[in-house]
Design a protein around this ligand. Structure first.
Ligand code: PLP
Length: 438
């Protein structure tokens, strides 16, 4: 039923492409959330992007806040990235041997990020995190890890684990095909719960290799943690001889040059990055002190490799991106723009007594249908509120605004969103909210 005040956009071409893609790919997609299972209609097939805009196969234009799930902090088809990539491609695309471009991107990262002395490039965030876990296990000679309910770290076996029934339990696999014995090495606990951390370290004394947390959890809503909780985690790891891993695949170069580590002023032992450092091409990275990274092969005994790791074309996109981000005032402008956007939507919703909150940090925002002032655990998210998101998503698409197709996903503002588009987006969001709450 469409109670929208606007007609639904035409999706005829997207629907046709989707029918075809379903014959090739499970669910018609190459990554599950793209399938639009949590929102109305069939997935939109995107034809092109430019600045803050994308266009689908039917020619509909949208202001995009998905940003390819985070990498596109400079917007789509940024000319500096494009030119650098084309320039590098003139010399070939992959050699399986070192290139100067790897040094160049590494230098940009390490020079601007005091938390890493040495790094290793991978081709995805999943690989980066999987390797970081292996490094922590190899370094500490311990097997178990602690992760948090509500944090996503990619799709490797140790991390596709959800909380069991107790306060501190072995995890249960959250995907078919993950051996139970793997899940038993992962302890899953709730965020924002110091007692659970203490208990886990007592219960599994001298067995915990690492605690992994998203620098600022942003995969299951935006669950901004308190400073003292993160400090507590840091101290608990140090006391118990476990490494603290900050997964900054989203927050790295997003909330500032030094990511969530600098946001909290906390020094993690290992950091993982992805998304932005590849400027829209496949790049991940993990990094640590020179001492800990000395355990990675060929220097050390922890094996990790990749045919396309440090791919020159991907490095070029990363270099062009980071060159822009390291210019003075970049984050100040982007973050101020996002805060103004978030606050004016909040003012609108509050004035009308809508049960709606905009949570934001840096240039990340999350729309939550709640009255709560803070949401810091996965459990605190009301699943039934996702029905409201569904309506909002449809209304926004009909008004030319593209959000990721799930209410658990955050949105991203890019440097390419100008005041004009943000004002247009706000008006569409106000209309959508009026319809959701009418
Ligand atoms: N870690 C975090 C925090 C992420 O948000 C993601 C992806 O969204 C990953 C890891 C996995 O990265 P990728 O999708 O590049 O494998």
């Amino acid at each position: 039923v469409n109670s929208s005040s606007k007609p639904d956009i035409s999706r005829a071409k997207s629907a046709e492409l989707y029918e075809k893609s379903k014959t090739f790919f499970p669910g018609g997609v190459n990554s599950p959330v793209r399938a639009f299972k949590s929102v109305y209609g069939t997935p939109l097939f995107i034809q092109k992007g430019d600045g803050c805009f994308i266009w689908d196969a039917d020619g509909n234009q949208f202001i995009d806040f998905c940003a390819s799930w985070g990498p596109l902090i400079l917007g789509h088809n940024n000319s500096k990235i494009r030119e650098k990539v084309i320039d590098v491609m003139q010399n070939g695309m992959s050699f399986g041997a070192p290139t100067a471009l790897e040094n160049e991107l590494a230098e940009l990262i390490i020079k601007h990020n005091k938390y890493v002395e040495k790094i290793r490039f991978t081709s995805s965030g999943t690989e980066a995190v999987m390797s970081a876990i292996r490094l922590a296990r190899g370094y500490t000679k311990r097997d178990k890890i602690i992760k948090f309910e509500g944090c996503y770290h990619g799709h490797s076996d140790s991390l596709l684990v959800k909380a069991g029934s107790g306060l501190v339990t072995f995890g249960e696999t959250s995907s078919a095909g993950v051996p139970k014995s793997f899940a038993e090495e992962t302890i899953v606990i709730a965020l924002h719960d110091k007692a659970a951390i203490t208990q886990a370290f007592q219960q599994f004394k001298d067995q915990i290799a690492a605690v992994i947390i998203e620098g600022i959890p942003a995969n299951n809503g935006l669950l901004i943690q308190d400073q003292d909780y993160i400090e507590f985690l840091r101290a608990a790891c140090t006391e118990n001889g476990a490494l603290l891993i900050f997964d900054e695949v989203i927050t790295g170069f997003r909330v500032g040059l030094e990511g969530a580590a600098a946001y909290y002023g906390i020094k993690p032992d290992i950091l993982t990055y992805g998304k932005i450092i590849g400027g829209g091409l496949p790049v991940g990275m993990y990094g640590s002190s020179a001492e800990i990274m000395g355990h990675i092969s060929p220097d050390g005994g922890v094996y990790q490799a990749g045919t396309l790791s440090g791919n020159p074309v991907a490095m070029a996109a990363g270099i062009a991106t980071l060159t822009e981000l390291t210019k003075s005032g970049f984050y100040k402008d982007l973050n101020a723009k996002t805060l103004e956007f978030a606050e004016s939507i909040q003012r609108f919703a509050t004035a009308r007594n809508y049960k709606f909150k905009v949570f934001s940090v840096g240039s990340i925002f999350w729309f939550a249908f709640t009255e709560a002032e803070k949401i810091q655990t996965a459990e605190a998210i009301d699943a039934s509120s996702m029905e409201k998101f569904k309506i909002m998503h449809r209304e926004l698409l009909n008004r030319g605004i593209y959000l990721g197709p799930s209410g658990y996903e955050v949105g991203f503002v890019s440097a390419a969103h100008t005041k004009v588009e943000l004002e247009k987006a706000k008006r569409a969001i106000f209309d959508a909210l009026d319809l959701v709450f009418k």
